[in-house]
Design a protein around this ligand. Structure first.
Ligand code: ATP
Length: 435
């Protein structure tokens, strides 16, 4: 890591990537709000996922299912009975911990006392609420703890209406909620978060091959967007780690400042989900193959990533410090597709005719990209600020511009400057910013 964790977290807070939620009321633990730059970065990560999963492919379509679904969904999926984490409480300081995440099994990480834990209790992670005006057990409902089940319950709707044939996938991005026992590390583990999940349905005998395929695809996605290969690893789950539904699972791990931790799980879920919903709902969720005249439950490969967690990892990975002319330069070397603002347009001074000309230059750029016009402070300070938030190009409008109709374009990474006629600016940037 080029800088310590706190430096990057401070940058994220001070530049408006993330804010503590409900800050003016003292903050709500483990909840975060995304500021102007954070929302853009998060949106760009989600857009890149959607582009690679849905837009560029014939065999995957998208959906957006409800957060609150019939409680029977969670009964069938096993979440009501087994979506639990083992919880212990320290009898000395009353802090609560997840047994499987303890560094030392008999020592409290909060107060340091040994052998003070209660017996582990299973704690269900789903948030419960009630639908309608009365709060009774009969109208209890749950906020979805994953987006996946919304896909399985729509399997037949999607297959029929989008006329999909095996193998095919259904993708979804959306909020999920888990009442985590030990949230932490900023947005890494929160109780409300966003997921990017895709269920890929295939013939049972092809599932092992598709699992290999998706491991490769997903690793490439992170690397194509600039994540360093040294900070990524694929880790196979041990037998005792496998979820009740999975026959084989890999984690895509990132080398976080506190060690390797999960960005995404890629699981072979077999026919667990379709068979469970078929049985519980009484609806036929099998697939009929017109070529072989067979009817069967497809098997499923699931790449399940966290949008918020991945956004955080891209931010950490992009952070760099360099020395330029004896001074420290902080640069977020975000891939151009992920950078919150693509271009900053900067008049050399606040003189009205320069500002007016800057707005004229910014107009057509605004039509195509997220840009910022910044008129305050010295040009050096403005360059540094744009480097710190990862803006790939700064366009400077100076006094010569008024005469020669040319602007200076500065590249974030090389700091090289090109003098470009205003009329060719969109094409120049387009060549460099196109996806
Ligand atoms: P963990 O072991 O970290 O709790 P998990 O294995 O339970 O995660 P999955 O159910 O596989 O996670 O969810 C898929 C992805 O959703 C995870 O890889 C992660 O990126 C994201 N995710 C899960 N829980 C959270 C959370 N509480 N906060 C942020 N992202 C999360």
């Amino acid at each position: 890591m080029p800088a310590d964790f706190d430096t990057i977290v401070n940058l994220a807070k001070n530049r408006g990537f993330v804010f503590q939620s409900s800050e003016i009321y003292g903050g709500l633990r483990s909840a975060y709000d995304y500021g102007p730059l954070g929302v853009s970065l998060l949106r760009n990560v989600k857009e890149q996922w959607w582009r690679s999963m849905v837009q560029l492919r014939d065999d995957i379509v998208g959906i957006d299912s409800a957060v609150i679904q019939s409680p029977r969904v969670w009964e069938a999926s096993g979440h009501l009975s087994s979506f639990t984490d083992p919880l212990v409480e320290c009898t000395n300081c009353n802090s609560r911990h997840r047994v499987d995440k303890l560094e030392k099994p008999n020592q409290c990480p909060t107060c340091g006392m040994k052998d003070t834990f209660t017996e582990p209790k299973d704690f269900n992670l789903m948030f419960q609420t009630h639908m309608g005006p009365v709060s009774t057990a009969e109208n209890a409902v749950y906020l979805r703890p994953e987006t996946a089940q919304g896909i399985f319950i729509n399997f037949e709707n999607v297959r029929r209406t989008a006329r999909m044939k095996l193998p095919f996938g259904i993708a979804q991005i959306g909020k999920s909620f888990r009442n985590e026992i030990t949230p932490g590390q900023v947005v890494f583990r929160t109780r409300e978060f966003e997921q990017m999940e895709m269920e890929f349905f295939c013939r049972p005998e092809d599932s092992a091959e598709w699992l290999e395929y998706w491991l490769e695809e997903r690793r490439n996605w992170y690397m194509d967007l600039g994540m360093s290969a040294d900070n990524l690893r694929m880790r196979a789950h041990e037998d005792d780690e496998l979820a009740h539904y999975a026959s084989s699972t890999y984690d895509v791990d990132y080398n976080f400042p506190w060690g390797w931790d999960e960005l995404e799980g890629i699981a072979n879920r077999g026919d667990f989900d379709l068979a469970a919903h078929g049985t519980h709902s009484g609806k036929d969720l099998t697939y009929f193959d017109p070529e072989t005249n067979e009817r069967f439950y497809p098997h499923v490969i699931e790449p399940a990533a966290g949008a918020t967690r991945t956004t955080f990892a891209f931010l950490l990975d992009a952070y760099s410090e360099e020395e330029v002319g004896g001074e420290k330069r902080t640069v977020l070397k975000l891939d151009k597709r992920l950078a919150p603002n693509k271009v900053a347009v900067l008049p050399l001074s606040k003189k009205p005719d320069l500002v007016e000309s800057t707005q004229a230059v910014a107009g057509p750029l605004r039509e195509r990209w997220d840009i910022e016009v910044d008129v305050t402070q010295s040009i050096g300070k403005r360059y540094r600020r744009q480097d710190e938030i990862g803006t790939p190009y700064c366009v400077t409008v100076d006094f010569d511009t008024l005469e020669d109709q040319q602007v200076t374009v500065r590249d974030r990474d090389t700091m090289a400057q090109d003098r470009i006629p205003i009329e060719g600016l969109v094409r120049y940037l387009d060549e460099r910013l196109a996806p």
